[in-house]
Design a protein. Structure first.
Length: 357
């Protein structure tokens, strides 16, 4: 195991990053909720208390602590939307992979649609995503838009790939799980949005650099493993969802649940240690790539943004009810997200389970 020396711990995880909260948090909470209501991303006011208890705006404020109020509202809309999307499938693992594909395809198409397209007849979730994607792209160079679109495309495709694995009824091997989880965690687009929130773009030579890519991957791994530790109970005991690092480690190694969780903690801490070690190489990487002073400043801002995500999301989990309230109604308050088709498919899946054949 890599070691990084004595340092603070949060939630049992090594966490050397200082606590930071965006000072514009209070000013952005109401605009975010107005957006959630406007696109019906919760099922009426009776579901709003459950959503409020997730504290999505606070997650955005912890993970994007340096941006202005306008950008923070946009980031809150992004994290709120992404978590609601995630729950459409985590709460209903009985959905077939074909059904998941049919629901995901319109979200993928938004990445290619002209921003003047009329989305009025689309389900709430698709209309919300079209609005959000348009706002995320405004003012950003095409190189960034293409890169961010590719990250979101990989995320949505991974959602479908997870459904294929679930449908097979088998627990994936650790290596297979890790490869897919790097995309399905949704962390890569969250990292892309560090640039959007800060109104800068990384040098293309740095984006293409293999060692810098390894630094980013270790950040993705760390966040993914921490998330799986915090969400394991909710996913397994709320919806029978075993596509999580903890049960994936449990089966082939013949671990107890406690031993598998302990191993997941270790994997997260190992990724953090590797992240910090590669971070120490950055001055040499900058020189090798002959980055300008501004490009180095932007790169440092981006790395600090990854650290904000790594430290901020750990501190958010105990503040949110999302991983405490173990009822589908509380963790998945948006049954209208994909419209009537989604509800029909859930009912069909439920009836299929009762089929005597």
């Amino acid at each position: 195991m890599d070691t990084i020396g004595a340092q603070a711990q949060v939630g049992g995880f090594d966490c050397p990053f200082p606590e930071r909260v965006n000072p514009h948090l209070a000013a952005t909470e109401e605009p975010h909720l107005e957006w959630i209501r406007a696109f019906r991303l919760v099922a009426g006011e009776e579901a709003m208390p459950a959503y409020l208890s997730w504290r999505m705006s606070r997650l955005a404020a912890r993970t994007y602590p340096e941006c202005d109020a306008t950008q923070l509202t946009l980031m809150a809309d992004y994290v709120g939307f992404t978590f609601v999307v995630d729950d459409q499938f985590d709460c209903h693992p009985e959905l077939s992979s074909a059904a998941v594909r049919e629901l995901i395809d319109p979200l993928l198409e938004v990445l290619d649609w002209d921003t003047t397209a009329d989305f009025a007849k689309e389900p709430p979730g698709v209309r919300a995503w079209a609005d959000l994607w348009h706002r995320l792209c405004q003012g950003m160079p095409r190189s960034w838009v293409r890169r961010c679109a590719a990250s979101f495309r990989d995320y949505y495709e991974a959602v479908v790939a997870e459904a294929v694995v679930r449908e097979s009824g088998r627990t994936p091997g650790v290596d297979e799980f890790v490869e897919l989880r790097l995309d399905s965690s949704g962390v890569r687009p969250a990292f892309d949005l560090i640039e959007r929130a800060g109104r800068f773009t990384l040098a293309e030579s740095l984006v293409a650099d293999a060692r810098f890519g390894e630094l980013c991957e270790q950040g993705v791994r760390h966040i993914g493993w921490v998330n799986d530790v915090f969400s394991a109970n909710r996913e397994l005991f709320t919806a029978g969802q075993r596509y999580n690092l903890v049960p994936v480690l449990e089966e082939p190694q013949d671990y107890t649940w406690f031993e598998a969780r302990k191993r997941a903690y270790t994997m997260a801490d190992d990724s953090l240690a590797r992240f910090l070690r590669i971070k120490g190489e950055l001055p040499g990487i900058y020189r090798r790539l002959d980055l300008s002073e501004q490009e180095r400043t932007d790169a440092d801002t981006y790395v600090r943004g990854m650290e904000n995500w790594m430290g901020g999301h750990i501190r958010w989990y105990p503040e949110s009810s999302r991983y405490v309230e173990l009822t589908v109604a509380d963790v998945c308050p948006s049954p209208v997200f994909f419209g009537p088709t989604y509800q029909d498919r859930i009912r069909h899946a439920d009836h299929r389970d009762d089929d005597p054949r």
